[in-house]
Design a protein around this ligand. Sequence first.
Ligand SMILES: Cc1ncc(COP(=O)(O)O)c(C=O)c1O
Length: 441
Amino acid sequence: MPDVAASPSLEELWMPFTANRAFKRAPRMLVAAKDMYYTAADGRQILDGSAGLWCVNAGHCRETITAAIREQAGVMDYAPPFQMGHPLAFELAQHLARMLPEGIDHVFFGNSGSEAVDTSLKIALAYWQAKGEPERVRFIGRSRGYHGVGFGGIAVGGIEANRKQFAAQMLPAVDHLPHTHDLASNAYTRGQPQHGAHFADALEDLVTKHGAHTIAAVIIEPVAGSTGVIIPPKGYLERLRAICDKHGILLIFDEVITGFGRLGASFAAEKFGVVPDMMTVAKGITNATVPMGAVCVRHAIYDTVVNSASAGIELFHGYTYSGHPLAAAAGLATLEVYRTEGLFERAASLESFWADAVHSLRGAPHVIDLRNIGIVGAVELEPRPGAPGARGFETFLKCFEAGVLVRSTADTIALSPPLIVERDQITHMFEVLGNVLRSVA
Ligand SMILES: Cc1ncc(COP(=O)(O)O)c(C=O)c1O
């Protein structure tokens, strides 16, 4: 073992999506977690208002999940997934397939949301090639979309800050739909906004521009999370589905955040009653205990790519850790917790209490919009003139100091706790946030 002091140097670690220098001057360290709370290095209890990074859906350090991981680590730590298998990966795929919308019944495992997204784009290309339409190569993402950090994900993603350092090497055939965030028409909506189904019609314009025969797939987050919680207007997803159907374009829902109960349903596809052709999932699949992601595909996609291929490997894609035994064990135990504790139903039963709590901040300083769906909420703040994001980040810092973990993206504060959250904890989160807003310049 290397000889490391009890308090390690902060220098060597290059932290992701972090202002490294500022963090290392004033670190925020978490050292333990249980159920709804983190313990900070100074011993303070921090109420987890963001389920970690939208991923700890069943709450922290759940005994049956950690026990399953421990047990599997002692039985078989690793099994190669290429030309070999182990039962737990098959079992997890089977359990997952049972939860998926009708018709989506095959699962490809990776280790993250980013990998799931890039995998889904590759599957789309492989599908069209196998189907004899190899000219369908174009991907359509959406402005303000977040699909992780792979080259595929940032190309179809629509967050400029994530693209500009890498802009010299984007995927070449990508276009974007407009986002649906429309404060002028929809501010302070509870649930799905009334106005904005027409934003889907931009897909018709892209079809006219490029020709449907060149478009492989559309990928969107049904509810955009990382870009500040953008909730689909009523009728929007239905219209997007209809236009994809009309032109034979695959529709991919990136359900990395929306999956596993966060919207008060198993998936956004169930919540909104719109079924895509592929779904990417990650985060809540293992309650974030062991990294895992997956692409879930319609029967016809698997059938076309796999069953119609000549003998041999059908898809030249996969990861050393696809369906890793520890992740599979964690996933199975996690799905069991969701099922036995009825956590998706629990989230649904909290939705209206949650909505009231979110909208209790109406009139609080700096607030220009409040929105909610399932147990996801967003508090959009007026940006400081000339300093976009500064007010949001200061709000995040002050909430942390006050013992509540929230997420800030630019000037939107997003909250979405583990599904085990209690009503008084919800009330506390929004009281703290309200107090912080009154103290933030
Ligand atoms: C919708 C969506 N897709 C993909 C990702 C990327 O997931 P990961 O960070 O596990 O690569 C995220 C992460 O937040 C996400 O929210």
